[in-house]
Write a protein of this length. Structure first.
Length: 86
């Protein structure tokens, strides 16, 4: 299944290879994908933390940053994340 072009109404700019990115406190779902997204003309860029279960990519939580590079830098805490452009 191809990674979606839109998540929660935001356009996907880049997405990661599937991996084990842990869980979010208070939520048992495992994070399998990361995505850098943007809402329309909103100047911010969002790092989405997504599941990869049941053939879908549900967003568990997101962080707001000022640029794609800042999103990628934050994701670097998980190691060498492999990114793909949409």
């Amino acid at each position: 299944m191809a990674f979606p072009n839109v998540l929660d109404g935001a356009v996907v700019l880049e997405y990661s290879d599937g991996g084990n990115y842990g869980t979010i406190e208070g939520d048992p779902r495992e994070i399998r994908y990361l995505a850098v997204c943007r809402y329309g003309r909103d100047p911010g860029h969002y790092l989405f933390f997504c599941t990869g279960s049941d053939g879908g990519y549900d967003v568990v939580i997101d962080d707001l940053f000022g640029s794609v590079e800042e999103c990628r830098a934050s994701a670097a805490r998980f190691g060498d994340v492999v990114w793909h452009k949409k």
